[in-house]
Ligand binder design. Structure first.
Ligand code: NAP
Length: 285
């Protein structure tokens, strides 16, 4: 039976470190502030924003919410981003995605100052991730790397298979694994022989967005299985991309959903916000 990797416990330890550092900064007269923008009333986005606000409050980070109506124009949104870019007391800016269809997400991401881009979505930060010297690491993949490190699971020389190639999870996940000397295969919807490739993985990361997509016959004995998926089937409860009950007996370690990668994402966002505050105050990170 695979070991359940406890994302709640690992994220609590990351958050405790961040809280200590936030307090140390406060004692020097430096506050840490995250501005969160939410446009519209998407229920899932509202939950994410509320959870981020709670995490900030628990760690002593000031959270400034900007809740904008669904009919906000591109100009209004960009002017808010510009105002937040210019305010020195704002350390991090996060615009909750997805945005309503009439808004241009790419333009908004590009407008956020790279120094305040705590999601690490700005092309300058994406480039930093690519060449291995990113100031901010993307929260979900960084959370996965932290879980592996915490569990003492080394990546070097391992065959790491990532299912999914999105800009926010799959691609940066593959890069972070590569920087740790993993031998990385990225799979996607056009991949042939997906099952066979996945079976050869020492570390299998699922970021597909399809409930129970990874079945037992896709996992080799002793593989480490990381489930990034967060799916809420109609009327059902939150579940991941992995058929947990079937895969747990085969894996050497596995992340559950909920209580796996999800809490890590918020913890890494808090860490990035702290990093932003330190850099903006001329401190080393
Ligand atoms: P996404 O943008 O929809 O990307 C999904 C990826 O899965 C795509 O690259 C797609 O391939 C691939 N895919 C779809 N069907 C496939 C198939 N049959 N075989 C192989 N690959 C297939 O999703 P995302 O934003 O990366 O998110 C993925 C999941 O992670 C979602 O459940 C999301 O809710 C969750 N998530 C969780 C967290 C967290 O904090 N835990 C954070 C972010 C996302 P193509 O590129 O070929 O279309």
């Amino acid at each position: 039976m695979g070991k359940r990797i406890d994302g709640n416990a690992i994220s609590a330890s990351v958050k405790a470190e961040v809280a200590n550092e936030v307090e140390a900064l406060r004692n020097k007269g430096i506050s840490v502030t995250l501005a969160v923008i939410l446009v519209g009333e998407d229920p899932a986005s509202q939950i994410y924003v509320r959870n981020k606000k709670r995490a900030c409050e628990a760690l002593g980070i000031i959270s400034e919410e900007h809740l904008l109506p669904a009919d906000t124009t591109q100009e209004q949104l960009l002017s808010l981003v510009e105002e937040l870019n210019l305010r020195p007391e704002i350390n991090g800016i996060l615009c909750q995605l997805p945005l309503p269809k009439h808004l241009d997400e790419k333009a908004v991401i590009n407008a956020i100052s790279p120094q305040k881009d705590v999601d690490a979505f700005h092309p300058q930060n994406v480039g930093g991730i690519m060449i291995g010297d990113g100031v901010f690491l993307p929260c979900t993949p960084a959370g996965v790397m932290k879980m592996l490190e915490y569990e003492g699971i080394s990546v070097a020389g391992k065959h790491c298979v990532v299912i999914g190639r999105s800009n926010i999870v799959g691609k940066p996940m593959a890069m972070l694994l590569l920087h740790q000397n993993g031998t990385v295969t990225i799979c996607h919807s056009k991949t042939q022989n997906l099952k066979e490739i996945c079976r050869t993985a020492d570390i299998l990361v699922a970021a597909v967005g399809k409930a129970k997509f990874v079945t037992a016959d896709m996992v080799g004995p002793g593989a480490v299985v990381i489930d990034v998926g967060m799916n809420r089937p109609a009327g059902g409860k939150l579940c991941g991309d992995v058929d947990f009950e079937a895969v747990e007996p085969i894996a050497s370690a596995i992340t559950p959903v909920p209580g796996g990668v999800g809490p890590m994402t918020i913890a890494m966002l808090m860490r990035n916000t702290l990093t932003a505050a330190k850099l903006q105050n001329g401190l080393s990170v």
